[in-house]
Design a protein around this ligand. Structure first.
Ligand code: FAD
Length: 383
């Protein structure tokens, strides 16, 4: 059985930042990164198409804001990405759509953050890929398309297994970068009969972990249904399209959509992602495919209304190809952040990172990156 010093579950921004920062600090830990998805990125991932290798569509976060002044450790992590052009300032317009479907410049902080928008080049997944590449391969093994289901705390190590226990790993320390294995939402959403981390360490054994789990138990998240569309080539004639169109409160209430994201492709085509708000019905394995079909139809029906102020996009709708709906069961945490002092629970040798950690970037990519950097500093100091 493979044995490592550290197992990191999740290759999103926080998990990849953690690993990359450990490497920057000169860590010699052997690390295994385990990810359920096909590649790195998590909620900042990119949808590719098997038959069209050049197609890249950012179907989660299309970009993110960064505060003007970042901690030195985070600057050090991001500087190489900025200078390599992988993390790039996105200066394209961000517009607001009102309930009459008229467009104007957006002027609220979430849509127009002070530090501007940053995105990955050529795509959002490139940021996580670059973070992992910077970490090198000497001490890092990567395991994709593997969802961890079972956790077991043995005397001085963790046993980590997939659903059918056909894959197994032994690790001295464990980091969860997502909440799936620690939050009761998996009971309904995945029809699991327990919360894996709670089963692994019984209540009363580790006070820090008990506090973390009970806080998390009450945290809520937002669901997103993101419709992806191939618009084909657009007759732009020099017209510049906005990067994002955010619906104002009245428009959101009317259409149950948060924003529209437009993304040029390298071959002249355009991708469109419609960020649909929650339908209100809890997702279960039984109703998931029905809800996906309903949301796809709902969002497709709305499209002509939503883009009527952009004639060039309206005109493209007739030939557009819908590419399905991506369901983000927990697109962002809404409340009950985990205090940074609970990020590492030494008694059980388990830690947490992600956008659900308390701090200025809570619920956003900035918070995810910062939490990974901070946990790396702590793990390195405690080695
Ligand atoms: C639609 C959408 C729009 C967004 N827009 C913005 C925005 O405009 N600005 C902004 O700042 N942020 C935005 N965000 C939020 C931003 O994407 C997240 O804050 C950030 O990507 C979170 O990174 P993370 O590493 O904390 O978590 P994640 O990216 O979720 O990474 C966790 C990873 O762990 C994996 N994982 C979980 N459990 C297991 C398991 N049991 N086994 C194996 N793997 C597992 C998951 O597959 C995932 O890849 C948006 C998110 C979404 C979904």
């Amino acid at each position: 059985m493979t044995e490592v010093d550290l197992a990191v579950i999740g290759a999103g921004l926080s998990g990849c930042s953690l690993i990359s920062r450990l490497q920057q600090l000169g860590s010699d830990l052997t690390i295994a990164l385990i990810e359920a998805g096909r590649g790195p990125g998590g909620r900042a991932a990119t949808r590719r198409r098997r038959e069209q290798s050049s197609w890249l569509l950012n179907h989660g976060a299309p970009g993110f804001s960064l505060s003007g002044s970042l901690p030195e450790s985070m600057e050090e992590l991001l500087a190489p990405l900025r200078s390599a052009g992988v993390l790039h300032r996105d200066n394209r317009a961000v517009l607001s759509l009102d309930a009459q479907a008229s467009l104007s410049p957006a002027n609220w902080p979430a849509a127009c953050p002070d530090g501007g928008w940053w995105h990955g080049i050529p795509c959002m997944a490139s940021i996580c890929e670059a973070l992992l590449d910077a970490a090198g391969s000497i001490h890092l093994s990567r395991q994709f398309e593997t969802r961890v289901r079972w956790l077991e705390r043995r005397q001085d190590h963790w046993l980590v297994q997939n659903e059918d226990r056909s894959w197994c790993l032994r690790a001295k320390r464990l980091v969860l970068s997502g909440t799936l294995l620690a939050h009761p939402r998996s009971l309904k959403m995945l029809a699991w009969n327990d919360v894996p981390l709670r089963s692994a360490v019984k209540e009363g054994v580790d006070v820090g972990l008990d506090t973390a789990l009970s806080l998390l138990q009450h945290s809520q998240t937002e669901v997103r249904w993101n419709l992806m569309v191939d618009l084909g080539e657009l007759a732009l004639n020099g017209e510049k399209l906005p990067a994002q169109i955010w619906l104002n409160d009245a428009a959101k209430a009317r259409w149950k959509v948060e924003r529209l994201v437009l993304q040029p492709q390298s071959d002249g085509r355009w991708g469109l992602v419609v960020h649909g708000l929650d339908s209100g019905e809890a997702i279960t394995p039984q109703n998931q495919s029905r809800l996906l079909a309903q949301q796809q139809q709902r969002l497709l029906n709305l499209l002509p209304e939503l883009v009527q102020a952009l004639p060039v996009v309206s005109a493209a709708l007739e030939q557009a190809t819908p590419l399905g709906v991506m369901r983000w069961g927990a697109s962002r945490p809404l409340n009950n952040p985990l205090p940074p002092e609970l990020q590492w629970c030494p008694t059980s040798g388990v830690g947490f990172c992600g956008d659900w950690i308390e701090g200025p970037g809570f619920g956003r990519a900035e918070g995810a990156i910062l939490s990974g950097v901070n946990l790396a500093e702590q793990l390195h100091a405690d080695r």
